[in-house]
Design a binder for this molecule. Structure first.
Ligand code: HEM
Length: 388
């Protein structure tokens, strides 16, 4: 029997905006210049997010969110469920890569000044996505209910507890009580699989919609170069390159996850003495290290540590408001001050992380990333026809 594809298409087209979407997609283009490689980083972050969704759903089928059953259910996933160890390892590695790429994406769009009008909301939703990503990491860390996660969560939730007035409320809200217990685990599970995914879906949807509507921006310093080149069509040229990157990423991710399976450690024991060298996930280490170095004492009844935590909050707010603070880029098309501040903040964060680990590995990771981007960018740079 011949399937009436044309009739089905027409029927759907009358009810859904298929033609309009096709029309939009055929006209969508991506600017070509020497930093075009950076346009792939948002898509790469999206890829790792999708991996998280797929592997997370699979893990959910076996995971039990209780102090009595969580550790054992993860053990069961790793030892008995077919390929369970691999799925868990991919979920854990991909979580870290997603946050790494989100950071990288933030840093590149920052230096490309992509937050300029009319992309302020794209930037703000991006900042929200980073915070949400870190929230996923923080809540997911506790779920295996192992020793390291238990004590890291205890320390992590202790920190906001030192804030004046609201501290106690925030700590109890996070823990679901005074201490980290099975109740905290259920609460973190709720955040991890329901609340955060729901909020992320909305914010990510808006972020991606705005990227489609506003198109990709060209950094002010490359406007001349870009104007000389014919932009690349998004479909199929750019999308195929995106897809190629995703396939390579999947191969790399699966290899890392198989060669270095994510460890489970020992079951948490709330009565055991606190762990030595408790450290949060790498993306919190710069803040953790700074807090460790804050001297004891208080001013006007407010502890120095609380002041440092409030300063972090303020820095987060300033980051979110960058599009409204950087007026130079709007008026003159460039803003050296923000570029310099960005470089200094970045160096400071990397230095703090290296100090926290007492190792130069974070510095090498950053240098390696810059080199990789330069090499891949040079090797894959589309020549882009010159506009006559
Ligand atoms: C889960 C996290 C995120 C996902 C999945 C995501 C996804 C994307 C995608 C697919 C694009 C288009 C391609 C590109 O320019 O790279 C994009 C663009 C953009 N993103 Fe994100 N993003 C995320 C986080 C962020 C963060 C943390 C920021 C910064 C605060 C940000 C700010 C922007 C901006 C300003 C653009 C427009 C770039 C331009 O026009 O040149 N995004 N994002």
């Amino acid at each position: 029997m011949k399937i009436p594809t044309k009739r089905i298409y027409d029927w759907l087209d009358e009810r859904l905006p298929i033609s309009a979407t096709r029309e939009f997609a055929t006209h969508k283009t991506v600017p070509i210049h020497k930093q075009s490689i950076f346009y792939f980083l948002g898509g790469m972050t999206l890829f790792f997010f999708l991996v998280q969704v797929c592997t997370g759903i699979m893990l959910m089928l076996y995971y039990r969110p209780s102090a009595e059953g969580a550790f054992e259910s993860v053990q069961f996933i790793m030892t008995t469920v077919p390929f369970g160890w691999l799925i868990r390892s991919i979920h854990s590695w991909s979580a870290n890569l997603m946050i790494y790429f989100a950071f990288l994406h933030l840093v590149t769009v920052f230096f490309m000044k992509a937050y300029r009008p009319p992309r302020e909301i794209t930037w703000i939703t991006g900042c929200m996505l980073l915070v949400l990503g870190m929230g996923f990491g923080f809540s997911g860390y506790l779920l295996p209910w192992n020793k390291l996660a238990f004590f890291a969560t205890k320390v992590g939730t202790d920190i906001p507890g030192t804030l004046p007035v609201v501290g106690d409320f925030i700590m109890r809200f996070l823990r679901g009580g005074d201490r980290v217990t099975g109740g905290t685990l259920s609460r973190f599970y709720g955040w991890h699989v329901a609340i955060l995914p729901a909020i992320t879906t909305v914010v990510l949807g808006l972020h991606l919609l705005l990227v489609q509507v506003k198109g990709m921006s060209v950094p002010p310093s490359l406007e001349e170069e870009s104007a000389k080149r014919r932009p690349m069509k998004f479909f199929p040229q750019f999308a195929l390159r995106d897809l190629f990157g995703w396939i390579v990423a999947l191969g790399v991710l699966a290899s890392i996850a198989a060669l270095f399976p994510w460890e489970l450690g020992q079951k948490a024991d709330p009565f055991a003495p606190a762990y030595k060298n408790i450290r949060p996930e790498w993306y919190f280490v710069f803040m953790f290290q700074m807090l460790k170095k804050v001297p004891g004492g208080s001013i006007g009844g407010v502890e120095y540590e609380s002041l440092a935590i409030m300063a972090f909050g303020l820095c987060g707010l300033v980051l979110m408001l960058v599009p409204f603070l950087d007026r130079g880029v709007v008026k003159r098309g460039r803003s050296t001050a923000f570029t310099v501040i960005g470089i200094l903040v970045l160096c400071f964060m990397v230095a703090m992380t290296a100090w926290g680990y007492a190792s130069l590995v974070p510095v090498w990771v950053v240098i390696g990333t810059i080199l990789a981007l330069v090499v891949i960018g040079a090797l894959t740079r589309p020549s882009g026809e010159e506009v006559q």
